[in-house]
Write a protein that binds this ligand. Sequence first.
Ligand SMILES: NC(=O)c1ccc[n+]([C@@H]2O[C@H](COP(=O)([O-])OP(=O)(O)OC[C@H]3O[C@@H](n4cnc5c(N)ncnc54)[C@H](OP(=O)(O)O)[C@@H]3O)[C@@H](O)[C@H]2O)c1
Length: 346
Amino acid sequence: MKKYNVAVIGVGAVGVELLRILNQRKFPINSLKVFARSERDIKVDGNLYHVESIEKEDFAGTEIALFAGTEGAKGASKLYAHKFIEQGAVVIDNGSDFRLQEDIPLVIPEVNKEKIYEHKGLIANPNCTTIQMVVTLAGIYKKVGLKRVILTSFQATTGAGRRAAFTLWEETKEIVEKNKESDFNSLNKKLEKEFDVFGNQIVFNVIPQIGDFKEFGYTTEEWKVVKETHKILDNSSIKITATCVRVPTFISHCEAIYFETEKDTDIEGIKNIFKSSQGVEFIDRDSNYSLPLDVEGTDLVYVSRLREDPFNKNSFWVWSVADNLRKGASLNAIQIAEELIRKDSG
Ligand SMILES: NC(=O)c1ccc[n+]([C@@H]2O[C@H](COP(=O)([O-])OP(=O)(O)OC[C@H]3O[C@@H](n4cnc5c(N)ncnc54)[C@H](OP(=O)(O)O)[C@@H]3O)[C@@H](O)[C@H]2O)c1
């Protein structure tokens, strides 16, 4: 089997998971280069990786470049993706810079892998919340259509990167330190300081804002879910609305998803679709549901608590949980790369 020259750009929350999954899935690697802003050595699962400074631009020979750097005008893919492409690499980007660009495929392999082959050098990975919701609903969409989707997400701190997860840990330690002599009645749960990462205290709190506020008072994260889902399913007539909430967990996003189907169906029909949906593990018992701590480190989207809306025909609720760093980001990117090389090897 052919082996590939691979580059990983960024070694934060997603980049480390990319390195872990490449190893776990025995991706056929000939050479591996790892880049970030600064040079150093890092260890992932006991394996040592030398991280090169990206500024040296030592990209020659790379065939697959997996980007997990930060976004925006000075983000990794804006600055360097085209340089990898010029050298002949295919770039798979975890960031949001190119997702909605018309000529760039936005891919979830379980849903629209045929789009991979339309690439002109760059393939975009959707947002973590979008991937999880679309994997949950793709089987339903294909079999009975979707008229309406109402999402409430409960998003882990790693969704905002490594520094955000450290913030949860640091605030937790500060509260414990502050309350060493307290009992429950005298607990002081509030920290008096500036909150630069989430804008508010995250520990013992829930923050109904992810991203900046945009049209109609929705945040950038909420608009990503709408626009990216429309692009992936190639159908902007689905009425989608979302409330994205940051919660004080480390890994795995939870989503309460309400959906109304286009065709007539019933709960048994929906159960059967979930049981055969790709990338989904359906838990068919009221008292059994998935939790972020149990889902961390796994590869599927766990769907439980299926209920019909007794007041609205063809309408249902589910509870969906997935590892945001794996299926929500790095695993999806590597699945795209695996599809590319499957095709490459005939
Ligand atoms: N976290 C998630 O759940 C998630 C899910 C889906 C998509 N994403 C996207 O994935 C990307 C990475 O997210 P993350 O959570 O891993 O962020 P992170 O923890 O903040 O890590 C960012 C990494 O990118 C590197 N970097 C930043 N700017 C760079 C540049 N100009 N050139 C090269 N490397 C650069 C940093 O280098 P240094 O280490 O040297 O500072 C760091 O290693 C983002 O675009 C994010 O939106 C994240």
